[in-house]
Design a protein around this ligand. Structure first.
Ligand code: 13P
Ligand code: SF4
Length: 354
């Protein structure tokens, strides 16, 4: 197939309409009790992302599972002995769990929960991108399909992308990056690496508006601005902290500021409020010039997860992730490189300096 290089900017893939689960207190308690029984019977553990509902996040913690960013979701699921992994998040997170744990049953409340970055990077187009640049190592964001991961040399998440790219750059490698153009640009800026970028973007983070953020910050001068690196460059430029979801929650917990403006999915506020109950948390604006507000700072695919669907999948089966073995085995190599790097870095075996 032919593909123009440099890669043209991909239109932001539009999500389905937002449908959030609404439950009465009685329904919530009854569903949680039913799910807990079924999870015990099926030796299941729940791994949830910070952007899912507060109900799912609470349930994950009440049942010995975890709520985390995508790096820790992969690590936790891999290390946990349960026979069934329930992944509350989006499809690439379920696929990552299955890639690392082929012997386990991996299920999701809704298997149609996609991601605009994953959808903007079809495997055949990505393969053509790699074929056109055989002298470069390919580094892909975790928000990609199993087939794209299988073709990549490295997988990274937002929490570790800059460290891995710096490391590869210092080893003298030139890189290909996919699919998020904003995260890619950010990592290129801070690492100085030679990177060719795919041009996808996230429907949620693409919507944050730099000018409106400036105005809001002027009204709240004591606020720290926290930004997920999937956001546009002009938004990142205003950040006091740029980081993964876990790193942003940590900033709310540890920084002395009484107020925070947060440019990421507002599902994260559930954990931020618990981490710093007395602090004022403000959503970064998605309104402003050129605003369409298709996401309004909440991912419609993440919102497809809920307690009713989780109970149904545990009761009736289905929604299980399956990946063809030749793809899975190759994708496992590039994900495992990231996990090994993370462990070595944590153990002080990799020194990156600045
Ligand atoms: P984190 O790895 O920072 O949790 O990001 C995942 C994601 O999809 C952000 O939109
Ligand atoms: Fe994908 Fe954006 Fe949703 Fe994260 S918030 S899952 S990057 S569409």
């Amino acid at each position: 197939m032919s593909l123009a290089f440099p890669v043209p900017v991909k239109p932001v893939i539009q999500p389905p309409p937002m449908v959030e689960e609404v439950l009465t207190a009685d329904e919530r308690e009854a569903l949680k009790a039913r799910i807990k029984t079924l999870m015990k019977q099926q030796d299941a553990v729940l791994v949830a992302h910070y952007y899912t509902s507060g109900d799912l996040q609470d349930l994950a913690e009440e049942t010995g599972g975890c709520v985390s960013d995508s790096l820790e979701m992969a690590r936790f699921g891999h290390a946990h002995p349960a026979k069934t992994l329930i992944v509350a998040g989006v499809k690439f997170m379920g696929e990552t769990a299955k890639i690392l744990n082929p012997e386990k049953r991996v299920i999701m409340p809704d298997i149609q929960a996609e991601c605009s970055l994953d959808l903007a990077c079809p495997a055949d187009e990505f393969a053509a991108f790699c074929d056109a640049h055989p002298d470069r190592l390919s580094v892909v964001y975790a928000n990609t399909s199993a087939a794209v991961k299988a073709r990549a040399d490295w997988v990274v998440t937002s929490g570790i992308a800059a460290k891995i790219v710096k490391y590869l750059h210092r080893q003298g490698h030139k890189l290909l990056w996919a699919p998020d153009r904003h995260l890619g640009e950010y990592v290129r800026r801070i690492s100085g690496a030679d990177m060719l970028l795919w041009q996808g973007s996230c429907v949620v983070h693409e919507a944050f508006k730099a000018e409106a953020l400036q105005k809001l910050h002027a009204e709240h001068p004591s606020a720290a601005v926290l930004v997920h690196p999937e956001s546009p460059e002009a938004v990142i430029a205003q950040a006091d902290v740029v980081g993964s979801t876990t790193q942003l929650i940590e900033a709310v917990r540890t920084l002395p500021n009484p107020e925070f403006i947060v440019a990421t999915d507002n599902g994260i506020f559930h954990k931020m409020r618990a981490a710093a109950p007395g602090k004022l948390l403000l959503e970064a604006p998605t309104a402003g010039e050129g605003a369409t507000c298709t996401s309004c700072a909440h991912c419609p695919w993440m919102a497809m997860n809920g307690l009713r669907k989780l109970a149904a999948v545990l009761e009736n089966g289905g929604n299980e992730i399956h990946i063809e073995e030749s793809i899975r085995a190759k994708a496992a190599v590039s994900i495992q490189r990231m996990l090994d790097f993370a462990a070595a870095e944590k153990a002080g075996k990799i020194q990156l300096g600045d």
